[in-house]
Design a protein around this ligand. Sequence first.
Ligand SMILES: Cc1cc2nc3c(=O)[nH]c(=O)nc-3n(C[C@H](O)[C@H](O)[C@H](O)COP(=O)(O)O)c2cc1C
Length: 496
Amino acid sequence: MSFMDLRQWIGLLEKEGELRRIGALVDWDRELGAITRRVLEKKGPALLFENIKGYRTGRCTKLLASGLGSLPRLALALGFPKDVPNRDLVQHVTTKNRETIPPRIVATGPVKDVVVPRDAVDQTELPVPKWHFREGGRYIHTFSGIVTRDPDTRVMNVGIYRGMIGRKDTTPFLLIKGGQHWGQHFLKYAARGEPMPVACVIGWDPIMPFLAGSPIPAGVCEWDVMGAYRGEPVELVRCETVDLDVPAGAEIVVEGVISDDPATYETEGPFGEFTGYVSDIPTPRPTMRITCLTHRRDPIFRGCLEGTLPGSYSENSVMSSVQRAAIAWNILTAAGIPGIRDVFVPPITNGVNIVVQIKKAYQGQPKQIAAALWGNSAAQFRYKHVTVVEEDIDPSSYEQVDWAFAHRVNAGEGGLIVFPGIFGSPIDPSTPLADRDVAQLGTGLWNRVLIDATRSWKFERRPEWGGERFPPTVRPAPEDEARVRERWTELGLGDL
Ligand SMILES: Cc1cc2nc3c(=O)[nH]c(=O)nc-3n(C[C@H](O)[C@H](O)[C@H](O)COP(=O)(O)O)c2cc1C
């Protein structure tokens, strides 16, 4: 695994023909997002915007987007050749997610080149896009590693959580209390009557968003897991004003605190979410008050156009197709469920849908799989629809899964199970707003579905069916197929 900061990553993308520099003048207000969308539709490269309106000079003049916007680019970030199959990446990630190498604290680093004290901070000095015309504001944190610390254990967490510029030194966030890990930290600080220290890391090794955007188990520090991926300790420096550590080679770090006092809340949203829909309605949310900003000289801003639509997959989709499958696989293994052969997340669903392939060992196994996934906190936002298929169905083939759905599912006989009112997603447009009220409910409520597309073991084995419980398929007998293959040319079909 190569050692990278954002600049080395940009260099690698450029060498591999995976980056386009945009020298033409581009407006941060809607235009930059619309360009990024069109390039995603064309399955195009990562984009380095070098001439952003109002930012030709000043604190920060460049922005990188779509660095992980394709599977080949994710493969490069993980140290693989561009054409590695999705399945191999999932296997690698399943293993690496379980390894740790603790970070090393160093005295200083490039991220300390410039230190901007609280009174001088103005987030609008950064070329933060208004990505989409319906969004409530300029989203500064779409791909930043948001660092917090558990006040009891002192273990740090790094997550991605959306944050919008409020005033020049405030940032309201979608903070789901008790949901994701920083939400759990937030509850602990609130119980102590203290604001939560936060550091937002903008731009570093692509491994940071890959792991920050994924539910690594609570209590495991993502810096440690990133060390395992990189094959050596991550070098961290202490923040200036909060008790947190951040990569020495990061581009920009914003430090601050978030209070649970509703009087400090500011309005956030809506946001163009990963679902492909505009998320919700403007809502007062916990808000970070910035205490310091540090950055490299001539820093590069890193942002992500969220929102997957058919034909234009966001970086989140690409990462989720690998990470959400790997995380589910580890959950099922830890639950002791036998016979897991493959796990597939269709990128278009970001892991809201997941297909698990098994060698069926007992009738209740698919329900056990769904229960294990839904009982895990990684199911926040994800795994709403779980489909279980057998080993003869390729989970990555929509055609094969659909065939199994059509002919192996008996909805009235347990083939379709709805688990109502379990924790879920506050940004799912199919859920009524009342069931997405984070202030009232803590997080959204979901009706989750299991599609058991395995052949039922309730049927008797029949001698007419070769002793199986299901009738044979219409595939010709092997000897007939072999004979036809032999005669193929003679039949005048050799060109097919
Ligand atoms: C690009 C991207 C954007 C995301 N935006 C948000 C967000 O706005 N709010 C949120 O709660 N989770 C968001 N997530 C999902 C979280 O990052 C994810 O649930 C992660 O597991 C959180 O870290 P944690 O498990 O350490 O809490 C996003 C993920 C990605 C990859």
